[in-house]
Design a protein around this ligand. Structure first.
Ligand code: NAD
Ligand code: ZN
Ligand code: ZN
Length: 343
């Protein structure tokens, strides 16, 4: 923060245009808020959807993206009791919720209709500073660096939660479609939770990584039909989680599920999922949407990382390179997660 209270940030001015690296005012704190000096922020495919205006609900403009921002608390506002200056915290997608609606009251705060989302409806972590309500930030475990922990704040918690809601049991086979930022941690949570894991992607380097990280079986969907392979090898999976950004992967994920199994829909292509009614009924298949995770889910997912059961495969880049990083993400050329190193 310089004397004029300006900070460097990456800003989306218009959809589908390059982000502008510029100086903007450091946010001013209101009651209950804290100011975080951002050290690192992961680049989620959601940030790219935001910058492109891909979804039916558009983000605010201009926008500072980023919902995997982690750093050190520099200032606390009036009324803050749970967090102090010097704490290491992260600011997740669930920036705030109302705390009063039926969803908040029943531990389903990610469904709160009055929630705000970091790097979407409010400014996020692609900046030297980000403010947040103290009650919704989550502390970073001491033994993890800011860079390695950043992706847990979305990729980690989201996939951990998706596996929980899949209701798969230890020993069950689970398929992860899309071994990108989310998928490469999804498969590790799945292993840590006692599942057998099939990793599906359309690029061999992603599948190499999946093998290194413990996948029991890998399938390249460009070279072989994953549905047939999964049916042949294990008779179908109890749960399939699709974190890819193509409709095709969702269709295949659906058809990989065995009788009584569940498809968990996580990836967000702006598309429709064609589901055969007859098969769904006769096979008793469940289709579930899953959106990030609660603060409690996030704490749990961080604990897996702190214990070394899940490790993020990261590539650190300076904030200034964000446009090039987005381009590579569009082309599917990132293995694991890019994390922006900030201040
Ligand atoms: P990513 O770009 O890092 O990974 C996507 C992966 O899918 C890549 O490895 C790509 O090769 C693979 N892929 C593409 N086509 C495929 C196919 N036909 N079959 C199998 N794999 C295929 O993206 P990410 O950051 O992991 O995000 C993935 C999606 O999840 C995005 O749409 C993002 O917005 C969404 N997301 C949802 C939530 C949620 O809470 N539901 C949270 C975070 C991200
Ligand atoms: Zn995300
Ligand atoms: Zn609410």
């Amino acid at each position: 923060m310089d004397s004029k209270n300006l900070m460097k940030a990456a800003v989306v001015n218009e959809f589908k245009q390059e982000l502008e690296i510029k100086e903007v005012p450091v946010p001013e704190l209101e009651y209950g808020e804290i100011l975080v000096k951002i050290k690192a922020c992961g680049v989620c495919h959601t940030d790219l959807h935001a910058a492109h205006g891909d979804w039916p609900v558009k983000p605010k403009l201009p926008l500072i993206p980023g919902h995997e921002g982690v750093g050190i608390v520099e200032k606390v506002g009036e009324g803050v009791t749970s967090i102090k200056v010097g704490d290491r915290v992260g600011i997740p997608w669930l920036y705030s919720a109302c705390g009063e609606c039926e969803y908040c009251l029943t531990g389903r705060e990610t469904l709160c209709p009055n929630q705000l989302n970091a790097g979407y409806s409010v400014d996020g972590g692609y900046a030297e500073y980000c403010k947040a309500p103290a009650n919704y930030v989550v502390k970073v475990p001491e033994n993890l660096s800011f860079e390695e922990v950043a992706p847990i704040f979305c990729a980690g918690v989201t996939t951990y939660k998706a596996l929980k809601v899949s209701e798969a049991k230890p020993g069950d086979w689970v398929a992860i479609y899309g071994i990108g930022g989310l998928g490469h941690v999804a498969l590790q949570y799945a292993k840590a939770m006692g599942f057998n894991v099939i990793a599906v992607d359309i690029q061999d380097d992603k599948l190499e990584l999946a093998k290194e990280l413990g996948a029991d079986l890998t399938v390249n969907g460009m070279k072989t039909d994953p549905v047939q392979t999964i049916k042949d090898q294990v008779g179908g999976v109890q749960a399939a989680v699709s974190v890819a950004v193509t409709k095709k992967a969702f269709e295949q994920a659906y058809h990989s599920v065995k009788r009584g199994g569940t498809l968990v829909v996580v990836g967000l292509p702006n598309d429709e999922l064609p589901i055969p009614i007859f098969d769904t009924v006769l096979n008793g298949v469940t289709v579930k949407g899953s959106i990030v995770g609660t603060r409690k889910d996030l704490q749990e997912s961080l604990e897996f990382a702190a214990q070394g059961k899940v490790r993020t495969n990261i590539e650190v880049q300076p904030l200034d390179n964000i446009n090039e990083v987005f381009k590579r993400m569009e082309d599917g050329k990132i293995n694991g997660r890019v994390v922006l190193s900030i201040s």
